[in-house]
Design a protein around this ligand. Structure first.
Ligand code: NOJ
Length: 545
């Protein structure tokens, strides 16, 4: 594992929502260029940008119609090259999103595939109708069937996401060649790595049997289509032909993986990827409608999952550390407590301490360093996310009352992680002078970068301290991890050990004082006001000896 990846800190930029440089209401590359120093000053040194390629935006850029260009709303290739050069001059690396499980249905490959043109005929997963209907019962991730009929071909194509996102046929070696070639296009421009979208969906079994019917009335493809038979083979081939030839970082978005899978996908021998994003800790608050729930998370489950990943990967594979991203609720609203201003700032610092001192590479979603929270729009029309809109429609049509569904939307809509970055307290949070594409969170008047940079006790300034500490600590980078107080229902605590030295981390995830604790050693970091013999609500404390 490369040292710069182990010591790196990734800052996730959702370009549409980060900073609008030309005041059309949509974030863009020039906006990002103007804020690179902000990211450097925070202490991050790798940026992961969500997709920036031309796209009809059915799924906000995850439906790509041209892999070798820039979405006009975001700028031009010249802007991108300027961004890359400036980032590099500031010591920041750039990771792009690689979305190659599927393309947009507006991609030329798909149009040629529909028309059965030459080599493109089998670029996608086409099947004949079965008894005049869909080839199997699979539902797409955004509701409805995972199949769409195309009269022109007399066949259905598979789309595990929206019908505007047809799945590529990775069994076809020519598809793989095209993917490797577009990867090289960006790597040869000098980018520093890829975050790979749903990368463990690429190998599907030849037979596509029915799945078990779930709450949405469709069959679940996940246990059948994920981690498929040729998954490791495809990643190794990609690694051999492309990844191994560059000094880059890769992280695979991998749904339904356990530590056992990561020992292949993210093993330290570098034969596949550097890291994966697993989702086990994203499932600790799901309910009878899956993620659409307002359950408080199961703390004991969370502890077990995160420590399991630490213990099982130690010395064998490398972890990614994240609380949220553009598909998830805000970490502070979900795992912390945003019910009062005091609890919000305390718990935002506490959850960061808990996660970012574990073994692995931290990922920070833009605005997490400010303690940005979930948003609760009253009107479903204010949500832009296809998943939120389609799920609202599907579940309310099945009888879930509007009020109940809105509670779930407020908790789990992907737009929670996508509202515009809160730069200052001016109109539109300083994100844009025009009406933003997605409404800003009204709490920007108190929660914003300008105010937090000035306040020594802010979440922002705590993040800076924490990242600075992390960077200089061998214990944090390489130490072994042991969970302590395993049965305690309030405290998440652990030790990191290396060469006879130890680091102790104690975090109180509850709004009550903890039991009496014996803090050995000397406190070096934390969000406490003064050290007492217990942790008060949402306090975190770090010792070394
Ligand atoms: C995962 C991405 O993070 C999400 O935003 C997208 O909708 C799906 N993959 C499909 O590309």
């Amino acid at each position: 594992m490369k040292d710069w990846i182990k010591k790196g800190v990734v800052y996730q930029v959702y370009p549409r929502s980060f900073k609008d440089g030309n005041n059309d209401g949509i974030g863009d590359l020039r906006g990002l260029i103007s804020k690179l120093e902000y990211i450097r000053d925070l202490g991050a040194n790798i940026i992961w940008m969500n997709p920036i390629y031309p796209s009809p935006n059915d799924d906000m850029g995850y439906d790509i119609s041209d892999y070798r260009d820039i979405m006009p709303e975001f700028g031009t290739m010249d802007d991108f090259e300027e961004l890359l050069a400036k980032a590099h001059s500031l010591g920041i690396k750039i990771m792009l999103d690689l979305v190659v499980n599927h393309t947009s249905d507006e991609h030329q490959w798909f149009k040629d595939s529909v028309a059965r043109k030459g080599k493109y005929t089998d670029f996608y997963i086409w099947r004949d109708p079965k008894d005049g209907k869909e080839p199997n019962n699979w539902g797409g991730s955004f509701q409805g069937s995972a199949w769409e009929y195309v009269p022109e071909r007399g066949q259905y194509y598979l789309h595990l996401f929206s019908k505007k996102q047809p799945d590529l046929n990775w069994e076809n070696p020519q598809v793989r060649q095209e993917v490797y070639s577009l990867m090289k296009f960006w790597l040869d421009k000098g980018i520093d790595g890829f975050r790979m979208d749903v990368i463990n969906y690429i190998s599907k079994p030849k037979e596509l049997p029915d799945g078990k019917v779930g709450a949405n009335g469709f069959g679940d493809f996940h246990p059948i289509a994920l981690n498929g038979p040729r998954q490791n083979e495809f990643l190794r081939e990609m690694n051999e032909k492309v990844l191994s030839q560059y000094d880059i970082v890769t992280v695979g978005e991998t749904v339904m993986v356990k530590p056992e899978h990561a020992l292949h996908y993210a093993n330290l021998d570098g034969s596949e990827l550097d890291m994966v994003f697993h989702f086990q800790h994203m499932g600790v608050d799901s309910g009878k409608y899956g993620k659409w729930s307002d359950n408080r998370f199961d703390f004991m489950k969370l502890k077990r999952i995160l420590s399991d990943w630490q213990e099982k990967l130690n010395g064998k594979a490398w972890n990614s550390l994240y609380w949220d991203n553009h598909d998830q609720p805000r970490g502070v609203s979900r795992f912390g407590d945003d019910s009062t201003e005091e609890y919000r700032t305390k718990s935002a610092k506490m959850i960061a301490t808990c996660l970012y001192l574990m073994q692995g590479t931290p990922y920070i979603l833009e605005g997490d360093e400010l303690g940005m929270t979930n948003v609760a729009f009253d009107d479903i029309e204010d949500y832009e996310d296809i998943d939120t809109r389609n799920s609202y429609k599907a579940f309310t049509e099945k009888g879930v009352p509007h009020e109940e569904m809105m509670r779930y939307v407020h908790r789990h809509s992907r737009d929670n992680g996508r509202t515009p970055m809160q730069w200052d307290d001016s109109e539109n949070a300083g994100f844009s002078k025009a009406k933003p594409w997605l409404k800003v969170n009204p709490n920007y008047r108190t929660i914003n970068a300008a105010a937090e940079i000035k306040d020594p006790d802010s979440v922002y300034n705590y993040y800076r301290k924490l990242l600075e500490f992390r960077k200089n600590s061998d214990l944090v980078i390489d130490g072994d991890f042991t969970l302590t107080n395993a049965d305690d229902t309030q405290i998440f605590s652990y030790e990191r050990r290396l060469n006879g030295k130890a680091l102790y981390v104690f975090c109180n995830f509850s709004n009550k004082n903890t039991k009496k604790l014996d803090f050995k050693g000397k406190e070096i970091l934390g969000n406490y006001n003064d050290v007492s013999d217990c942790l008060r609500p949402y306090e975190a404390i770090v010792f070394e000896d």
